[in-house]
Write a protein that binds this ligand. Structure first.
Ligand code: 4AD
Ligand code: MG
Length: 477
C-alpha cells in the first residue's frame, strides 16, 4: 500500500495524484474540513470531506482524536495557509474517539493538565514538537561523537559504586523488605542479596567510562541516570539522561573545547533540521512573553538564542573570578540573593549561576577551577592544593547544564582524597587500577540531556521535556 505521511504530502505538488493517508483528527470544521496529523510534522494537512456523499454515521464519528484512513486526491488548496490539501474520496474510521471525554480538546491546555495526561500530550502541537526535537538532538549527539572518533559505550545501570559520592541513590535489591536477612550485628546482610553486595541505580556512567577511555581513547556514554535527591525543582528529575564523553590524554582546556564544540554542533543540527518545530515553539513563547511585564520579557527569541550560542564563544571564567564578581554584585550587596556570597569557598547556588550568565556575562559561561571541597573526589587537584580542575557550563535560563573535570590521574593523590572522605579503597579497586597501570591525563564531562532539551525548546519545566518524568512522589505511567 502506498501510504504517505503528512510531511511527504505537504511537500508535494503533483496535483491530481491519488493518495492514501492515516492519521488522527485534530479538528473537524463545518462537516467539511479535517485537520489531520500523523506526527511526521508540526503541520496538519487539510482533508476536505465531500459531506453530501458521506454517510451521516461516518460524519458523526469524525471527531477530535479519532484515527482515520483516508483515500483521496491531492489538490491545490483553495484556502489560505497551505499549498496542498486532500479531496477526500473515502474515509474509514480506524479508531473512534469520544468527544465527551477525550482530554485533548482543540483549545489551550495548561502544562499541569497535560502532565496528568502525559500519555496523550504528544497529540498537541507543542509536545509533538518538543519530542521531535528531543529525538533529533539525541541523533545529533550520536552523529557528533561518531564523526569525531568516539566509541559509544553502554555503561551499566546497576552498579555498586557512588560515582558522585553524594549518597543519593536508589537501592536495587530483591531482599524481602519486611524480613531481610540480618548479620550478627543486626544489620541487613547484603551478602544474601541478589548480587551478593549492595547495589544501586547508577548516578553517572563516568567511572566505568574512564576505564574504556584508558584503552579505547575516546568514548561516550548516553543513558539513563538516577538520583534520589529530594529536590522538587523545575530543573531536577529522579531519572534523567546524561551524555558523558571521556577522553584519554586530554586536559581541562581540551575538555572545555570539546564541550563547547559539541554543544554548538548539536544545537546547530536542530537549527538546520527542525526549523518548523522551532518556529512553532518560538511563536508559542512570543505569545507567552506578551502576557509578561516588559522588564521580564526575553531580549531574544528562541531561534535567536540558539543562534547566539552557536555563533559566540563561551566565556571562560575561574571560580575565583566569579566569586569576586558575585561578591561585588548588586543583588549580593542589597541582600537580594537567598544565599549571600561572603567568602571564597562558597558553593554556588542556581541564583548565582543565573546572575553570572543572564545579567553579568549575557552568554554561556564555563566556570573552572573550583574549590576542592565542594566538588567530587575524582577531580584533579591543582598545584595550589586547594582547587580542582573542575568545569561547569552555565546556560541562560537553565543554570548548570554541564559538569565535568580533568580526572585525578595520580594514584597517591587519589588515595589520599578517598581516605579523607572515608571511601574504602576495596570498593573502587578497579578505578584505582587505572592509576596503577598506564595512568595518563584524562578528562570528561556530563551533559544533562533534559536541560539541553529545555534550552532548545524554551520550556521552563524539566517535566515537560521527557516523555514520562520521574520526580519525588511521582512515577505515573
Ligand atoms: O554535575 P553532575 O552531577 O556530574 C556528573 O555526574 C559527572 N559524573 C559527569 C561527568 O563528568 N561525566 O551532572 C552532570 C549534569 C549536570 O550538569 C546537569 O545538567 C545534569 O547532569 N543533572 C541533572 N539533570 C536533571 N535532573 C537531575 N537531578 C540532575 N542532576 C544532574
Ligand atoms: Mg554538577
Amino acid at each position: 500500500m502506498n501510504t504517505n505521511t503528512v510531511s511527504q504530502l505537504l511537500a508535494k505538488d503533483q496535483f491530481g495524484q491519488e493518495i492514501e493517508i492515516n492519521g488522527w483528527v485534530r479538528t473537524f470544521r463545518a462537516k467539511r474540513f479535517i485537520a489531520l496529523n500523523d506526527g511526521s510534522t508540526i503541520n496538519n494537512i487539510q482533508c476536505v470531506v465531500d459531506f453530501e456523499n458521506t454517510d451521516e454515521d461516518t460524519l458523526k464519528r469524525i471527531t477530535t482524536g479519532a484515527a482515520v484512513h483516508i483515500k483521496g486526491e491531492l489538490v491545490e488548496s483553495q484556502g489560505k495557509g497551505q499549498k496542498v490539501e486532500i479531496a477526500v474520496k473515502s474515509i474509514e474510521i480506524l479508531g473512534d474517539s469520544d468527544p465527551e471525554t477525550y482530554p485533548i480538546q482543540p483549545k489551550k491546555h495548561s502544562f499541569e493538565f497535560l502532565r496528568e495526561n502525559a500519555h496523550l500530550r504528544t497529540r498537541t502541537s507543542t509536545f509533538s514538537a518538543i519530542m521531535r526535537l528531543r529525538s533529533s538532538l539525541s541523533f545529533a549527539v550520536h552523529k557528533y561523537f561518531n564523526e569525531n572518533g568516539f566509541y559509544y559505550m553502554h555503561t551499566p545501570i546497576i552498579t555498586g559504586s557512588d560515582a558522585e559520592g553524594a549518597g543519593e541513590m536508589f537501592r536495587v535489591t530483591n531482599l524481602d523488605a519486611k524480613n531481610p536477612p540480618l548479620t550478627e550485628e543486626g544489620k541487613v546482610d547484603f551478602k544474601e542479596d541478589f548480587f551478593g553486595s549492595e547495589t544501586n541505580l547508577t548516578v553517572s556512567g563516568q567511572l566505568e567510562a574512564e576505564t574504556y577511555a584508558m584503552s579505547l581513547g575516546k568514548v561516550y556514554t548516553f543513558g539513563p541516570t538516577f538520583r534520589a535527591e529530594n529536590s522538587n525543582t523545575s530543573r531536577h528529575l529522579s531519572e534523567f539522561w546524561m551524555i558523558e564523553p571521556e577522553v584519554a590524554f586530554m586536559d581541562l582546556a581540551g575538555n572545555m573545547d570539546l564541550a563547547e564544540d559539541f554543544m554548538k554542533s548539536v544545537i546547530n543540527y536542530i537549527l538546520e533540521n527542525n526549523r518548523e518545530d522551532l518556529e512553532f515553539l518560538e511563536t508559542r513563547l512570543l505569545d507567552e512573553e506578551k502576557t509578561k511585564p516588559q522588564a521580564e520579557r526575553s531580549e531574544m527569541s528562541l531561534i535567536e538564542k540558539l543562534k547566539f550560542v552557536v555563533d559566540n564563544n563561551f566565556k571562560r571564567v575561574s571560580y575565583t573570578e566569579a566569586i569576586d564578581i558575585l561578591r561585588n554584585s548588586k543583588p549580593n550587596k542589597k541582600k537580594k540573593f537567598n544565599y549571600i556570597i561572603e567568602e571564597w569557598g562558597a558553593d554556588l547556588q542556581s541564583e548565582h549561576e543565573r546572575f553570572l550568565v543572564e545579567k553579568h556575562f549575557k552568554c554561556p559561561v564555563i566556570l573552572f577551577d573550583y574549590p576542592a571541597n565542594i566538588k567530587a573526589f575524582y577531580m584533579r587537584l591543582n598545584e595550589d592544593g586547594k582547587t580542582v580542575r573542575a568545569m561547569d557550563i552555565l546556560f541562560p535560563g537553565i543554570g548548570e547544564i554541564v559538569g565535568g573535570a580533568q580526572r585525578e590521574e595520580r594514584l597517591e593523590v587519589l588515595k589520599e582524597k578517598m581516605a579523607a572522605l572515608d571511601m574504602p579503597e576495596e570498593e573502587l579497586w578497579w578505578y584505582l587500577d587505572l592509576r596503577k597501570y598506564g595512568t595518563a591525563v584524562h578528562s570528561g564531562f556530563g551533559l544533562g540531556f533534559e536541560r539541553l532539551v529545555m534550552f532548545a525548546t524554551g520550556m521552563t519545566n524539566i517535566r515537560d521535556v521527557i516523555p514520562y518524568p520521574r520526580t519525588p512522589q511521582n512515577a505515573e505511567f
